[in-house]
Write a protein that binds this ligand. Structure first.
Ligand SMILES: *[C@@H]1O[C@H](CO)[C@@H](O)[C@H](O)[C@H]1NC(C)=O
Ligand SMILES: *[C@@H]1O[C@H](CO)[C@@H](O)[C@H](O)[C@H]1NC(C)=O
Ligand SMILES: *[C@@H]1O[C@H](CO)[C@@H](O)[C@H](O)[C@H]1NC(C)=O
Ligand SMILES: *[C@@H]1O[C@H](CO)[C@@H](O)[C@H](O)[C@H]1NC(C)=O
Ligand SMILES: *[C@@H]1O[C@H](CO)[C@@H](O)[C@H](O)[C@H]1NC(C)=O
Length: 499
């Protein structure tokens, strides 16, 4: 059988797996001279180390075959070397039922080590349970362009209602506030000196100077502070319709110190606007060519690179939001709903809600969006090594079909325990590798480290001596210490297997 035929046969056999017939294990061997050649040549290949197994004149390769074949040819079970996958759970703290002041555990186990035979999949189960009362940080990022004038008046009195809504979720809620308009250069903003100072409509008494993004209130659990600080905000203005929303979201996401995101909290970023947004490339209109560097540039609560650096791309923003575990909620008016639905598709763990003309319904909107975000649990990975494949199978009532990129359970309740089967396969021999399994929007992770088993653990046996074709060794000799044999290994194959 030449190689092409062999590959074809393998394909046929693999296809058979999904059909009616039982999977049949095959071991395709070519150019096998040692046990490790054999082990590396396929996940179902085993090696018979029994002395005098190969007959006079036979190739060493006869020692390499499937376990069934070797048994059939008379190899003793304990003489068959067949390294199997091992799974070592190195950290398995039990799941917390509710949030207490300590760090709650929402995923179990937390660390595993896999020792894998290339091509042989291993499956383990992880469990997830959202801790009841887990803290929430909500940052209200508001468009203060002139058309949001009536919204601002509503939002000023919103603090109490927002806190009340969050209290249904947790006793540890915090709210912050930020505002944005757009870059203060043409063509986004009128740069006439007076207009920069007072960009609102004629006759507007309370108007603040044009600005890009301003951080107003760091995360606080003090409703009175929210009322006081946000109450002092004035409307502002600009020229064109789309706003610098992405600039503001980027800074709010990465300037953790300023905003005051806590480490152990569900982080929500509410973007309230009635207009579309500028994105990477639009800076060119103002001759701004420097791409967004995804760094924090806040000084005295103001984004100081606003007029020097381009808007971020949607991709850049999505990456930073995910990295910082922030889930955006787009609270937008009907007229721009479609635009933000498209944006939301490109940002994992985001939601869109329709804002009434004066933002009256924003609290209900946030509640609904939070419930949608938290009832859908997704598991995926970070930094997956090239030669490693992962498949997720959700084990829950409303799971989506198994997939290699992520596992999804829908309509999960707070406090409900759900499971995912995670199947890991290394496709070739690799060194020590590691990757992270994570649940976007949730801080808990599972650290997976892995190595591959590509060697036979029979190497202490002198191959010339042990496997010389046709040389019938006296079995007693094997235990003679003078012979370069490790007696433990020779007499206890289980140990040698590392099982
Ligand atoms: C499993 O992990 C424990 C603790 O880290 C370690 O002592 C043990 O040697 C590991 N076993 C294997 C087979 O890696
Ligand atoms: C982790 O520990 C829990 C008990 O705390 C146990 O039920 C579970 O089976 C363990 N998980 C694994 C994968 O060993
Ligand atoms: C957050 O987690 C750290 C450990 O990572 C813990 O020491 C701290 O108490 C937690 N903070 C809160 C507010 O729960
Ligand atoms: C999930 O994995 C376990 C092994 O950890 C296995 O016994 C079980 O059959 C798997 N369930 C599904 C539905 O794949
Ligand atoms: C929050 O987490 C980050 C990264 O995990 C860590 O560097 C930082 O020290 C933590 N901060 C606090 C206050 O625990």
């Amino acid at each position: 059988m030449d190689l092409q035929q062999a590959v074809l046969l393998l394909l046929l056999l693999m296809m058979g797996r999904n059909g009616l017939c039982e999977p049949e294990e095959v071991c395709l061997k070519s150019g096998i001279e040692s046990c490790s050649d054999c082990i590396r040549s396929g996940p179902h290949c085993a090696w018979c180390q029994q002395l005098s197994f190969s007959k006079r004149g036979e190739q060493e390769a006869v020692r390499c075959d499937t376990r069934a074949q070797l048994r059939q040819r008379g190899c003793q079970e304990e003489e068959i070397l067949y390294p199997e996958n091992t799974l070592n759970i190195t950290m398995n703290k039990s799941l917390s039922t509710s949030f207490s002041q300590q760090d709650p555990v929402q995923i179990s186990p937390q660390k595993v080590h896999l020792h894998l035979r290339p091509g042989l999949p291993t499956t383990f189960t992880v469990s997830f349970k959202r801790a009841e009362g887990y803290p929430v940080d909500l940052y209200y990022l508001m468009d203060l362009s002139y058309s949001m004038k009536d919204d601002l008046e509503k939002v000023k009195n919103l603090g109490t209602d927002l806190f009340k809504a969050l209290e249904k979720i947790t006793a540890y809620a915090q709210i912050g506030f930020g505002a944005f308009v757009d870059k203060t250069v043409l063509p986004y903003t009128n740069t006439n000196k007076d207009k920069l100072q007072k960009p609102c409509d004629e006759g507007e008494q309370f108007c603040q100077a044009a600005f890009g993004y301003r951080h107003v209130l760091s995360m606080t659990s003090d409703r009175e502070e929210f009322r006081k600080i946000v109450g002092k905000q004035y409307i502002s203005g600009n020229l064109d319709s789309p706003e610098g929303s992405l600039d503001a979201m980027m800074q709010a996401a990465i300037c953790g110190m300023e905003v005051g995101w806590r480490n152990n909290s569900t982080r929500l970023l509410v973007l309230a606007t009635d207009a579309g947004f500028h994105m990477a490339g639009d800076g060119k209109l103002a001759g701004i060519l420097e791409p967004n560097d995804e760094q924090c540039h806040m000084k005295n609560n103001l984004y100081i690179q606003s007029s020097d650096m381009d808007y971020p791309s949607v991709g850049q923003l999505a990456i930073q939001l995910e990295k910082n575990n922030i889930q955006p909620i787009f609270a937008v008016t009907q007229n721009v709903q479609t635009v933000y639905k498209e944006l939301s598709k490109m940002i994992p763990k985001s939601e869109v809600g329709v804002l009434s003309e004066d933002s009256r319904n924003v609290v209900q909107l946030i509640e609904n969006a939070y419930n949608r975000l938290s009832s859908k649990v997704t598991v995926t990975h970070d930094n997956l090594p090239e030669d490693v494949r992962v498949e997720y199978t959700p084990l829950c009532k409303n799971g989506e079909p198994p997939s290699t990129s992520r596992g999804v359970c829908n309509e999960v309740l707070v406090g409900e325990e759900i499971y995912f089967n995670i199947t890991v396969t290394a496709s070739s021999c690799v060194g020590e590798e590691a990757f992270t399994i994570k649940l976007p929007g949730i801080r808990d992770t599972l650290a997976v480290s892995l190595s591959t088993d590509c060697e036979c653990h029979c190497q202490d046996l002198d191959p010339d001596l042990a496997f010389e074709p046709g040389q019938d060794l006296d079995p007693d000799l094997a235990s003679e210490p003078d012979l370069d044999l490790d007696p433990d290994l020779a007499s206890e194959p289980d140990l040698a297997l590392g099982l």
